[in-house]
Ligand binder design. Structure first.
Ligand SMILES: [Fe+2]
Ligand SMILES: [Fe+2]
Length: 290
C-alpha cells in the first residue's frame, strides 16, 4: 500500500510520460467510426470534468484524517483524467468530428457528483466507473486498426490500472474504519451500486463492447472478476486483517492489542498464544501516515 505522498510522486512522474505519438495520422475507417464514434464522444466529455467536487470532498476528508498529501494526489489524479479527455478530444478534432457538450450518461453522473460530498461514495463511484473504463478502452482499442487511437487507448489503460489501485487503497482505509454491522450494510450497497451502474454502462456503450469482442455475457463475467478484485476483496482483506489482528499480542505491554492496521501489517504480527478471554485494547493506526 502506498502513502499519499508516494501516490503524489507517482502522478507527478506519470504526467511527464508521453506515450502517444501525435505525428501519426488517424486511420479510422467509416465502418469502425460507425461503431465507436458516439461512445468515443461521450467518454471524451466524461473525462473532462473539472473535478471540483471530488477535490472539495478530498480536502474535507484529508483534514479529518490528517493526511496533508491526499488532496494534492487527488488533484493530479483529476489532471490525469483530464489528460484522457484532452487526448480523446484531440483525436476527434483530427478526424473532423465534434466534441459533444451534452450526454445523458454524463449529465446523470455529473448530478450525482454534484451532490456527493462523501469520500466513501466518491471512491465507490470512481472504482465502478474505472472498472468499466478498462473494458471500454480495451474494446475501443480492439475495435479499430487506427494506430493513433490504439496508442491513446493504451495510454489510458496504463493510467487506469494505477487509478484503480489508488482508489482501492483509499476504499480499504475507509471501509476498515467502519463498525461490523455498518460494513455489512455498506457492502451490499456497494454491490447494488456497482452492478446497476455497469448494467447502465453496457446499454449505453454496447456497440463498442461488442465491436471489441465482448458479448454481454463476456462483459458481465469480466466485470464480475473486477468486482472480486476490488469491492469483494475489500471485505475479504478486512476480515483477514481483523482475524489475524485478533492474535496480535503485545507481550511488552501485558495487554492485548487489536491493531486494525490492514492485512499487510497484520501478516507480520501473529502471536497464537494470546489468552482468549481478556478484553483487548483497540488501537487504530493511521495507515496513510505509515
Ligand atoms: Fe480516465
Ligand atoms: Fe481513471
Amino acid at each position: 500500500m502506498k502513502t499519499s505522498e508516494q501516490w503524489l510522486a507517482h502522478y507527478r512522474q506519470n504526467l511527464l510520460v508521453q506515450r502517444v505519438d501525435w505525428s501519426l495520422k488517424p486511420e479510422i475507417t467509416a465502418a469502425e467510426s460507425e461503431q465507436v464514434l458516439s461512445s468515443l464522444q461521450a467518454w471524451q466529455l466524461g473525462e473532462t470534468s473539472d473535478g471540483k467536487n471530488l477535490l472539495a470532498a478530498s480536502i474535507k476528508y484529508a483534514k479529518e484524517i490528517g493526511d496533508e498529501y491526499y488532496p494534492a494526489a487527488v488533484e493530479l489524479f483529476i489532471k490525469e483524467e483530464q489528460k484522457h479527455g484532452n487526448n480523446l478530444g484531440r483525436y476527434l478534432d483530427a478526424i473532423g468530428q465534434p466534441r459533444i457538450k451534452k450526454d445523458w450518461g454524463d449529465s446523470l453522473f455529473r448530478k450525482i457528483r454534484y451532490y456527493n460530498t462523501s469520500m466513501e461514495l466518491w471512491t465507490l463511484a470512481v472504482i465502478t466507473v474505472e472498472s468499466t473504463a478498462q473494458i471500454f478502452y480495451q474494446s475501443l482499442k480492439d475495435a479499430t486498426e487506427c494506430k493513433l487511437l490504439k496508442q491513446i487507448c493504451t495510454d489510458i489503460l496504463i493510467d487506469e490500472a494505477a487509478h484503480i489501485d489508488f482508489q482501492y487503497e483509499r476504499f480499504y482505509i475507509i471501509y476498515r474504519q467502519k463498525g461490523r454491522s455498518s460494513r455489512a450494510l455498506s457492502y451490499y450497497f456497494y454491490k447494488l451500486f456497482y452492478f446497476s451502474t455497469i448494467l447502465v454502462v453496457w446499454f449505453a456503450h454496447r456497440k463498442v463492447f461488442k465491436a471489441g469482442g465482448n458479448s454481454f455475457r463476456r462483459y458481465w463475467s469480466k466485470m464480475n472478476l473486477k468486482f472480486k478484485k476490488t469491492i469483494a476483496r475489500l471485505r475479504e482483506e478486512t476480515l483477514t486483517g481483523t482475524q489475524k489482528n485478533h492474535r496480535n499480542y503485545d507481550k511488552h505491554d501485558q495487554k492485548h492489542k487489536v491493531t486494525i492496521a490492514g492485512a499487510a501489517h497484520a501478516q507480520n504480527s501473529i502471536a497464537p498464544d494470546a489468552p482468549a478471554q481478556e478484553q483487548p485494547t483497540i488501537s487504530i493506526h493511521n495507515e496513510t501516515a505509515a
